[in-house]
Design a protein around this ligand. Structure first.
Ligand SMILES: CC(C)(COP(=O)(O)OP(=O)(O)OC[C@H]1O[C@@H](n2cnc3c(N)ncnc32)[C@H](O)[C@@H]1OP(=O)(O)O)[C@@H](O)C(=O)NCCC(=O)NCCS
Length: 157
């Protein structure tokens, strides 16, 4: 698990622009992973589960409570971007949630984040806005956009 944490923190620190203050510290990540229902899904250079020792190109951090799940973080290391890894990770998050009979997925992102395109294409729709929510970076504050997606209990294929 320490190796996985190291790999996730390497992606975290490379992926998030410090201007926006969105990256979590190792301590925040460790504390969150202790909470029930929290999981971190890793991606190799094809977006799939990495074999032991293989490069970790991205990760998705989720937390479920009853039949709802929040996508807390999704990140791909900059040098691996634009190859569909983020999209594949998101597909795996949705498929995994569906297999556990999760009814709704949520996420929150900074207004203006280009990832909005990725989320909209996956089926997320905006359900709220929190003015000035992101205040930690040097460029803000920025509004947070809350998005949700219902997961149909049907075979996705
Ligand atoms: C968002 C992120 C995970 C996408 O990873 P990725 O592997 O490059 O994504 P993909 O290659 O699967 O791209 C999927 C689609 O989303 C679009 N997209 C993703 N991130 C984008 C961005 N920042 N700006 C514009 N478009 C973006 C891509 O253009 C692509 O669409 P297309 O194929 O129609 O062109 C990555 O950019 C990242 O780590 N960003 C920093 C962390 C972050 O902001 N995460 C989201 C909030 S937690």
């Amino acid at each position: 698990m320490t190796d996985d944490l190291d790999a996730v923190m390497a992606v975290m620190n490379a992926a998030f622009d410090p201007t926006f203050g969105e990256a979590w510290t190792r301590r925040q990540l460790e504390d969150t992973l202790l909470l029930p229902g929290t999981a971190c899904m890793l991606a190799d250079s094809a977006g799939e589960e990495p074999a032991p020792g293989e490069t970790v190109a991205g990760f998705a951090l989720t937390r479920c409570v009853l039949d709802e799940e929040e996508l807390l973080l999704l990140a791909v290391e900059p040098r691996w971007r634009g190859r569909g890894i983020g999209r594949r990770l998101l597909q795996r998050v949705v498929a995994d949630a569906r297999s556990r009979e999760i009814a709704r997925l949520f996420l929150e992102m900074r207004d203006g984040n280009g990832a909005a395109r990725l989320y909209a294409a996956a089926g997320f729709a905006q359900v709220g806005r929190r003015p000035g929510y992101y205040r930690r970076g040097s460029g803000g504050p920025f509004d947070a956009i809350t998005c949700a997606m219902s997961i149909q209990m049907v075979d996705p294929s």
